[in-house]
Design a protein around this ligand. Structure first.
Ligand SMILES: Nc1ncnc2c1ncn2[C@@H]1O[C@H](COP(=O)(O)OP(=O)(O)OP(=O)(O)O)[C@@H](O)[C@H]1O
Ligand SMILES: [Mg+2]
Length: 254
């Protein structure tokens, strides 16, 4: 039995690295190059919280809520079940590009306008009001922080992320996850800044020796985790029709 304020991530390949779980008031960043599996990890983390009947807000910057619903369905996780149970709500910061507002009841559509970063804080807070919250305060998923920071004034965007950590993770005990792509020129230096802000960092990469041979095998490691012991070695993982799973590198066909 875990201490009340420590929670499992809900993905066995990660939970094996954190023997007593992570503090619920954490803001965790999943960081890595494009294609290393950050979004797939986020979706699996989302499913893990929904399965525990925890209300979740998924903030879409990189893709539409429909695309996220489709991806969840492709893993066999039946998102409509959680939407109908009022456990899953989307904030859509993507579709404004297509000048298409979404009228679905489980989606809050956001126009990217002046001061939208501060508006977003209020919208996240009011989105939680639609849930019936008991002991658990739920979870927030931001995919990706990179896209958010390219849409706003950088200094104000970083301030907003600090505010979300203070207001949602620390004050309200809401577990927060965000992804960050590395190697984006206009955001050089931002990575280091976010790394010190965050409570936890999960690195994703392609294993470098295999990569030199032209083979892309995904690995993750927990680089930082405040408030809980963890192992820091790289572990292989793969993405299957059932989400993120560990893999024995000797058995991989490539
Ligand atoms: N449903 C799936 N089934 C099988 N493999 C998948 C699935 N979804 C993702 N993958 C694998 O994961 C890779 C990329 O995953 P993902 O979109 O999570 O990467 P990412 O790190 O979020 O990339 P980006 O930084 O571009 O957003 C795909 O190229 C594929 O190898
Ligand atoms: Mg992604």
């Amino acid at each position: 039995m875990k201490e009340e304020n420590l929670v499992e991530m809900g993905i066995p390949v990660i939970d094996a690295l954190i023997p007593i779980g992570i503090p619920r008031n954490s803001f965790i960043m999943i960081i890595g190059e494009s294609g290393t599996g950050k979004t797939a990890l986020m979706l699996h983390l989302l499913y893990a919280r929904l399965k525990r009947r925890e209300p979740c807000i998924y903030i879409c910057f990189d893709d539409s809520p429909n695309a996220v619903v489709q991806q969840l369905s492709s893993f066999g996780w039946c998102p409509t079940k959680y939407i109908e149970a009022n456990l899953l709500h989307f904030i859509d910061c993507f579709s404004y590009r297509a000048k298409q507002s979404n009228t679905l009841p489980y989606v809050t559509f956001i126009e990217n306008s002046q001061g939208y970063y501060s508006m977003l804080t209020d919208i996240i807070a009011s989105s939680f009001e639609r849930f019936t919250l008991h002991d658990c305060q739920g979870a927030i998923f931001l995919d990706s922080l990179t896209e958010f920071l390219t849409q706003v004034d950088l200094a104000k965007g970083i301030e907003a992320i600090k505010t979300w950590r203070a207001e949602f993770s620390k004050s309200r005990n809401i577990l927060c996850f965000g992804t960050f792509h590395i190697g984006i020129k206009p955001l050089e230096g931002v990575e280091e800044m976010l790394e010190y802000i965050m409570d936890g960092i999960i690195d994703c990469r392609f294993e470098p020796n295999f990569m030199r041979e032209g083979v892309l095998l995904k690995q993750l490691r927990i680089r930082k985790l405040k408030g809980a012991p963890h192992r820091s070695r790289w572990v292989f993982f793969t993405i299957t029709r059932r989400g993120v799973t560990s893999v024995d590198v000797k058995t991989i066909k490539y």
